[in-house]
Design a protein around this ligand. Structure first.
Ligand SMILES: Nc1ncnc2c1ncn2[C@@H]1O[C@H](COP(=O)(O)OP(=O)(O)OP(=O)(O)O)[C@@H](O)[C@H]1O
Ligand SMILES: [Mg+2]
Length: 330
């Protein structure tokens, strides 16, 4: 039996929907408080999964506009035409299907906050129109002729450096300067002292609340792997790993093999398996790779139940145990 790592005493700092124990984050919370009070346009920078949406939400809640609407749009999920209509609204007959006037997010966010997520993806033609809104506090709905006044505070977020996009000609320099009046940088998870541990227990608590599996510890090697991992997907990836463990594993202790293969320094998900009837063109995939992949798949399908796994793989239990041990999956 491996030693079990139990819940430590944690002095969690909560700020809106975020938690931390890291000084790097409490310093950021202070900046959010100050920036929140102002009406300044804020650009939130941070890698994928670092909590940019939560920061935007916190900025709005900290602001004098908190009782007014908060509208958010992801610039990456629309075509240029759809995004224009989404932002500026349209008048009846502006295009096929525009059967009545429709308010856009700008109008809906009047006196409140508009959050442009993934702003680097904003199409170049809309960049010009948005710049005009920021300069004149006026806009015209798609297909309309009458300008409307609007009072919004603009927040935006990106995981790409806008300056880089400017040099590539994909982002307007003048708009970049308008958006980045205040820039808040979200540290990566591994740069937040103590937060892998704090967030691990925060999510374990949350998943315990849901009912089903109840967890009170992590095996020593599971915890060692979590601490050593680089977490490129940041908080989202940490959360997903624990959620997967709650779904696939059982018992009070999270084991290493319940976590994603990346954490074990293995690339199981990336192993290329040729189509059954296609000629093998991939000599780098070994029999051991396939055997391991089969085991992992059976594990997923059965929730780790040994009897069902043996059945699914049509092998005896002793063979199953031997193979699990061979691949470090016990
Ligand atoms: N400090 C935190 N405390 C608790 N949960 C957090 C924290 N930061 C992020 N999360 C959670 O992590 C997940 C990712 O956060 P969010 O969606 O805000 O990231 P993001 O930076 O917008 O990511 P992306 O660039 O991929 O859009 C969400 O489930 C969020 O609730
Ligand atoms: Mg996001």
């Amino acid at each position: 039996m491996q030693p079990v790592v139990k819940r430590p005493d944690l002095n969690l700092v909560r700020f809106h929907q975020m938690i931390t124990v890291a000084p790097e984050m409490t310093a950021l919370f202070e900046k959010i408080r100050r920036a929140g009070r102002s009406d300044a346009t804020v650009l939130i920078r941070g890698e994928s999964g670092t909590g940019k949406e939560l920061v935007a939400d916190a900025l709005h809640r900290e602001s004098p506009r908190s009782t007014r609407p908060f509208q958010a749009v992801n610039c990456a999920t629309f075509t240029s035409e759809m995004l224009a209509s989404e932002l500026f609204g349209h008048v009846r007959g502006a295009f096929t299907g525009a059967i009545r006037d429709r308010k856009g997010l700008l109008a809906l966010a009047d006196k409140g906050t508009l959050f442009l997520d993934e702003v680097a993806e904003l199409p170049i033609d809309l960049q010009a129109r948005l710049l005009r809104v920021l300069q004149l506090k006026r806009f015209t709905p798609v297909g309309g002729t009458v300008e409307q006044e609007v009072d919004v505070r603009l927040l935006s977020a990106t995981n790409a450096a806008l300056r880089q996009l400017v040099t590539e000609g994909r982002f307007r320099e003048d708009l970049m300067y308008r958006l980045r009046v205040v820039v808040l940088y979200l540290p990566r998870l591994v740069e937040r002292t103590g937060d892998v541990q704090a967030l691990t227990w925060f999510f374990i608590d949350a998943f315990n609340e849901r009912g089903g599996r109840r967890v009170h510890g992590l095996s020593a090697d599971a915890w060692a792997a979590m601490r050593a991992y680089s977490w490129p997907g940041n908080i989202r990836e940490l959360r997903n790993n624990l959620e997967q463990a709650f779904v696939l594993g059982e018992g009070p202790v999270i084991e290493l093999d319940e976590l994603a293969p990346e954490l074990r320094g293995e690339g199981v998900e990336l192993v290329h398996v040729p189509e059954p009837d296609a000629p093998s063109t991939e000599p780098s995939v070994t029999l051991a790779d396939l055997e391991r992949k089969e085991l992992v798949e059976a594990w997923r399908a059965t929730g780790g139940n040994r009897g069902k796994m043996a059945e699914a793989l049509a092998i005896s239990r002793p063979t199953l145990y031997r193979r699990l041990k061979k691949h470090g999956l016990t």
